[in-house]
Design a protein around this ligand. Structure first.
Ligand SMILES: Nc1ncnc2c1ncn2[C@@H]1O[C@H](COP(=O)(O)OP(=O)(O)OP(=O)(O)O)[C@@H](O)[C@H]1O
Length: 755
């Protein structure tokens, strides 16, 4: 019997976000009326499996203002929900011809997709082992040579390295571009910038038909010899804003060869991944222009320092992180004298590099670039040098954070304000030794630090349920490349196995991972559509990974700039994307204030109006569906905790064994445990839980795994989404009771449906 719904259901229960306004919003997203208002004649009907059907994604509104539902919901027309009166089971019926057509197209799709599913079967998950052939090649050129990326040679060689790699490297921006001349495009929009024909050729190969605003404004100033401070929203092409003038200078220098070989540019980046990515972007730029490419050395921690030293001897461009650069520079061997002659010093993500806690090594580098000898304690870098600076200093970021200047002034700064132009300049002038008294400050997006096509929202849940809601959010965004941010390495370590246990393609990224594993995680995340990277803020800055569609803040960002940069990993280069915060109720008001600040600045700076509060929307999660996910999430967590506790025990034992050996005593685990301090103090509860977790036997774990496997193979009953039903004026209970409207909406692909 086909159910018919006649009355509106109660609004879904979302703590702290109820009221009349909510109900209006729900009506605003009321789905279109069903084509199947009347039950179908029995002869035309056929029972179908829900996963045989072709679900259509519900398109999102451009802005979230009036939208509180889930992103990425799928809907379907022409299906009836039928409830068996005796068993209570719900089934689905469609017209015979519709079903036949749809099952045909499903088969076609499956055939098309079969090679990819084969790949899925072979997916290794994350491990610290060396990537097998293919995988390593795909990470061109990052892992080709341990220690240093050093790319030199003729254009063809570079093209091969970039274009013919067996897969797409983590930072391979050329991988999708055809390499033949026919693919060249019109680059006349760049002509105003007066670039060389070689650079124009390269841009044509990259298919960059016109400069982005920051490129259009910054490149002429840099070419004219000015120091530049460039601010532009995330994903707006800042790398090439400094990369193109460096290439121009390289081309000019190579027309008049000199005997002395010194590097042309030093580019400093806050993270290793960003340094490797800048290298890849520069290689891509310098490829296919019909000239010998510059040698680019990437100097980051976690790789062989000896090789880096050798490669640096021949480099035209050096990209590096401050720690390793300082290590290499301070160990002597002549690098410093050639670095003093660089023409460009680039400080990328400058506010981060120059902030407290990150500044030490950069400060040392800046200092020695301008003068020999040691800096006095407390002395500002470069403060007492009278030598005129020859190089141009180029400083880029999407944000300049107010806390920096206030810290500089010795004030404690609370909150997450971003700096104004004047404050930024004042701050940078104190920290950096510019050639000009006043560098050119270019703000390409004065009205916003946020990408124009970014949608923002928050999900509210109990603090103890964040894991569950994260899982639900990821399931509700199936096939989307998602980046989840945590504030601690421990959380990355915990969430990775938890979500892997739930069969999600998850990779970790944090600073304590071995360098190769870090790059491999990024590579796999880049290559595999629909994969998930769980990362600390090491991934927040600068990373340019194609098609990241979803950012989840599992832990809330601690400052406005972190929110801007994390969210900036999506919606890049005119693409769209979503950024969702998972908040405990007590966190909501704080985070609203923080985000309002990020947006409020836009209003004041552009139109000089009084602050307009930006109100980030609460996404109305269907809590019924989430609660159905709880058993599997709990089981996955129990298993993950057990593995982590056992690993922790191993490393503690190793440490204690080594200590016992040093002391010349026998190692007795139980004795050590008894003696261990803090057994009755704080943290005892957590320790007890850990003990229970690590006490789990192999057999118990196997049983739990089998149980979880069983759960994961079962479908979650999401046939009826409370959100959709309430917003569509349908009563869930009436529908299931057989009295409701035959409309059926709200299925989420990925909720345990194994296809
Ligand atoms: N002129 C252009 N036309 C089209 N795409 C471009 C152009 N310039 C750069 N891009 C592409 O835009 C993307 C973002 O560029 P980039 O990584 O330099 O952004 P960004 O401003 O440095 O971002 P973030 O602040 O997050 O570091 C890259 O994939 C890059 O290849």
């Amino acid at each position: 019997m086909a159910p018919t719904a006649t009355k509106r259901g109660p609004p879904s229960k979302t703590p702290g976000s109820k009221g009349r306004k909510r109900q209006k919003l729900e009506q605003a997203v009321k789905p279109p009326p069903s084509k199947f208002a009347k039950p179908l004649p029995t002869a035309e009907r056929r029972k179908v499996r829900i996963d045989e059907l072709q679900w259509k994604e519900v398109t999102l509104p451009d802005r979230l203002d009036d939208f509180e539902g889930f992103f990425g919901l799928d809907e379907i027309d022409g299906v009836e929900v039928v409830k068996d009166k005796t068993t209570g089971n719900v089934s689905f019926e469609t017209r015979k011809d519709t079903a036949a057509k749809e099952s045909e197209s499903v088969n076609e799709e499956q055939q098309k997709e079969s090679p990819e599913s084969g790949e899925d079967d072979n997916w290794e998950g994350f491990s610290d082992e060396d990537t097998p052939a293919g995988g390593a090649a795909a990470l061109r050129p990052v892992l080709q040579e341990e220690g240093v990326e050093h790319t030199k040679g003729n254009t063809k060689k570079n093209e091969r390295a970039v274009v013919e790699s067996s897969g797409k490297g983590a930072f391979d921006i050329l991988a999708d571009q055809p390499s033949d001349d026919e693919s060249d495009i019109d680059v006349s929009a760049w002509e105003e910038l007066d670039l060389s024909s070689e650079t124009l050729n390269s841009l044509s190969k990259l298919k960059f038909s016109s400069p982005t605003p920051i490129q259009a404004s910054a490149i002429p100033e840099i070419l004219a010899g000015h120091d530049v401070v460039g601010k532009a929203s995330t994903g707006s092409g800042k790398t090439l804003a400094f990369g193109i003038p460096i290439l121009e200078a390289y081309l000019e220098a190579s027309r008049t060869p000199s005997k002395e070989k010194t590097p042309l540019a030093l580019i400093i980046s806050p993270t290793r991944e960003l340094a490797h990515q800048i290298n890849a972007h520069l290689i891509a730029l310098c490829t296919g222009g019909g000239y010998d490419s510059p040698s680019i050395a990437t100097v980051t921690g976690g790789m062989s320092v000896q090789k880096q030293r050798r490669q640096l001897l021949n480099a035209d461009i050096i990209v590096g992180t401050p720690g390793r650069l300082w290590e290499v520079i301070s160990s002597g061997q002549g690098l410093l004298s050639s670095l003093k002659k660089i023409r460009f010093l680039v400080v990328d993500e400058a506010d981060r590099l120059l902030s407290q806690g990150h500044y030490k090594e950069l400060g040392e580098i800046l200092d020695v670039l301008d003068k020999d000898g040691e800096r006095e304690e407390g002395e500002e870098p470069n403060a007492n040098t009278d030598d005129p600076v020859q190089r141009q200093t180029l400083v880029f970021s999407a944000t300049f954070h107010k806390g920096l200047s206030q810290k500089l002034a010795g004030k404690q700064h609370k909150g997450g304000d971003l700096m104004s132009k004047a404050e930024s300049l004042e701050y940078l002038l104190k920290k950096l030794h510019f050639r000009e008294e006043k560098p050119k400050f270019i703000d390409a997006n004065p009205s916003s630090q946020m990408a124009s096509k970014l949608k923002e929202g928050l999900v509210e849940c109990a603090g103890t349920e964040k894991d569950l809601y994260l899982y639900a959010l990821l399931l509700f965004h199936p096939k989307q490349r998602a980046l989840v941010f945590c504030n601690s390495i421990a959380a990355v370590r915990r969430l990775t196995p938890l979500l892997q246990n739930l069969d999600l393609p998850v990779f970790p990224l944090h600073s304590q991972m071995p360098q190769k594993a870090r790059l491999r995680s990024v590579e796999r995340f880049t290559e595999r559509p629909g994969s998930i990277l769980i990362a600390t803020d090491v991934a927040a800055r600068g990373l340019d990974i194609r098609d990241v569609q979803l950012i989840v803040h599992y832990h809330l960002p601690r400052a406005a700039d972190t929110y801007v940069h994390r969210s900036g990993r999506t919606a890049r280069a005119e693409a769209s994307g979503s950024s969702i915060l998972i908040c405990a109720p007590e966190e909501v008001s704080g985070v609203r204030r923080l985000i309002a600040k990020v947006h409020a600045k836009n209003e004041t700076s552009t139109r000089n109006l009084k602050k307009t509060a930006f109100f980030i929307r609460t996404l109305d999660i269907d809590r019924r569906i989430v609660s159905r996910l709880k058993p599997r999430a709990t089981l996955a967590k129990t298993l993950a905790d057990a593995v982590i506790a056992k690993e922790k025990k191993h490393s503690e034992d190793d440490w204690l064994r080594a200590a016992a050996e040093d002391l010349g005593v026998d190692f007795d685990d139980e004795e050590f445990q008894k003696e261990a301090p803090g057994r009755h103090g704080r943290g005892t509860g957590r320790k007890k839980k850990e003990e229970v977790a690590r006490g789990m036997s192999k057999g118990e774990m196997q049983a739990l795994r089998a149980e979880l496997k069983g759960m994961l193979s079962e479908r979650i009953n999401v046939g009826v989404s409370e959100k959709y039903l309430t917003s569509g004026g349908i009563d869930v209970d009436a529908l299931l009771g057989g009295e409701g409207n035959p409309e059926f909406l709200g299925f989420m692909d990925g909720l345990g449906f194994d296809d």
